[in-house]
Design a protein around this ligand. Structure first.
Ligand SMILES: Cc1cc2nc3c(=O)[nH]c(=O)nc-3n(C[C@H](O)[C@H](O)[C@H](O)COP(=O)(O)O)c2cc1C
Length: 420
């Protein structure tokens, strides 16, 4: 029970994804948390108040004017009282309309009033069709939320209720739960996690180049070799860097992730394409910092067949001739006047082994800061555990959400860039 004694206000607005919030509430309760549901009037059109009342075991609030009969005098001012005892407000799903109202400081229903009158962190999980998400007005509002230090969770990309595929899908309940556990679970008593640094403006005016995701090395027109990197850590770092005021170019291998707002994204497939894109980006502009988070394939087939290798052609995969791919991180670090270089290493083995391995690898790659992922289980997950390795040695950070770790890392990088 990782959220014992935690209490959350869960806001539900008018989006199809409201049905997923039923599952989220169950999972929060399984972890020992209590929840108070507050709905917009539109939210009640998708899932009834009664459903959430039965799931949460508490009256559900919709209006500041009509308080539920069960509420006593203590709730005579629900627009303020409801957040008095809570650890955070999470609005999931957050409609485009709700986001617009929050971005403008409106308080024209109970949920927006609660958000405006809060003293606790506000988390927002957007959920909408891809055109609504991509609309410039929505993106402008999202930018404002970031500026106001409101934590955005998602959105995800994938199939949508309208039948289209794209950005704007609400994060799945397990991902939202993981984020709340990372923020409010037992390990969040660790000083680092409890005090996620305020990174606003710490990279103002800096140019960052970041790689993320896997690469895909074709064997023939239909086959290839890749790895399990999801791109989540790299995208979280790009997001945190943008939140910190940096201008960010993100070079990404094939991933299913939404581009963080305000970031210039370049999509590539192979390691060679990634290398070319990195070289072009460095020629284009001097960069203050390069963060190589991508899991670049070490080898590729020396030749790629024009046609699909037939199963009965007698050829076997053991006949493929492999050649080594360029080491993108080392090549950036070795150029004259390199940017401040940060590398990522995914290593198998124990913590002790990693403690020895990282300093060797850092020296070999000639980078000032190397980040080790602990184990391979982090691929595709929302949480991670990392070890930092710099000139002073290694430092293990506690397991945390990738977005929190990204903020801590960006804070550390900003401190170093000041002395670079
Ligand atoms: C069937 C239907 C589905 C909708 N789905 C969404 C959605 O997923 N996301 C969204 O932002 N708006 C969606 N809308 C529009 C919102 O419900 C509408 O903007 C409403 O005013 C939101 O009010 P609220 O922000 O007070 O909850 C949908 C509307 C309808 C009729």
């Amino acid at each position: 029970m990782k959220l014992q004694h935690r209490h959350f206000v869960i806001g539900i607005t008018g989006g199809i994804a409201a049905y997923k919030t039923c599952e989220l509430i169950r999972r929060l309760q399984d972890e020992g948390a209590t929840v108070q549901v507050v709905m917009t009037e539109s939210g009640t059109r998708f899932v009834s108040q009664l459903t959430f009342q039965a799931l949460s075991g508490r009256p559900v609030y919709c209006s500041a004017w009509e308080t539920p009969a069960q509420s006593g005098p203590a709730n005579a001012m629900p627009h303020i009282d409801l957040t008095r005892e809570c650890d955070a407000i999470l609005v999931a799903p957050a409609s485009a309309d709700f986001i617009a109202r929050i971005a403008n400081g409106q308080a024209n229903d109970l949920l927006t009033t609660l958000c405006l009158a809060r003293e606790v962190p506000l988390f927002i999980a957007p959920a909408m069709n891809r055109q609504m998400w991509q609309n410039l007005a929505t993106q402008r509002n999202i930018e404002q939320l970031r500026h106001d230090n409101i934590r955005l969770l998602g959105p995800d990309t994938g199939s949508q209720a309208c039948g289209e595929i794209g950005d704007g899908r609400m994060l799945e309940p397990q991902s939202l739960l993981a984020e709340l556990i990372a923020q409010f679970g037992p390990h969040s008593e660790h000083p680092l996690a409890a005090n996620t640094p305020n990174i606003r403006g710490v990279l103002q005016g800096k140019q960052l180049l970041i790689t993320a995701g896997p690469t895909f090395e074709p064997i023939d027109p239909v086959r290839g070799i890749t790895n399990r990197s999801s791109g989540k850590m790299g995208f979280a770092i790009a997001q945190a860097a943008a939140d910190a005021g940096a201008a960010v170019t993100l070079i990404s291998g094939p991933v299913h992730l939404t581009t963080p707002t305000g970031i210039h994204r370049v999509d590539v497939t192979t390691a060679q394409e990634m290398h070319e894109a990195v070289k072009a980006a460095l020629l284009d502009l001097p960069r203050d910092c390069f963060i190589g988070v991508a899991a670049v394939a070490d080898w590729r087939p020396s030749t790629v067949g024009d046609t699909k290798i037939k199963k009965d052609s007698g050829a076997t995969l053991t006949e493929i001739d492999w050649i080594e791919n360029p080491d993108i991180l080392a090549s950036v670090a070795q150029q004259p006047n390199p940017p401040y270089c940060v590398g990522f290493a995914a290593e198998s083995g124990s913590l002790n082994e990693l403690e020895k391995l990282l300093p060797e690898k850092r020296a070999r790659k000639s980078v000032p800061l190397l980040v080790g992922n602990i184990g391979e289980t982090t691929f595709g997950e929302d949480t991670n555990q990392i070890m930092l390795c710099d000139e002073n040695g290694t430092e293990l950070l506690p397991t945390d959400s990738k977005s929190n770790l990204a903020r801590i890392l960006i804070f550390r990088i900003a401190q170093r860039l000041c002395n670079h």
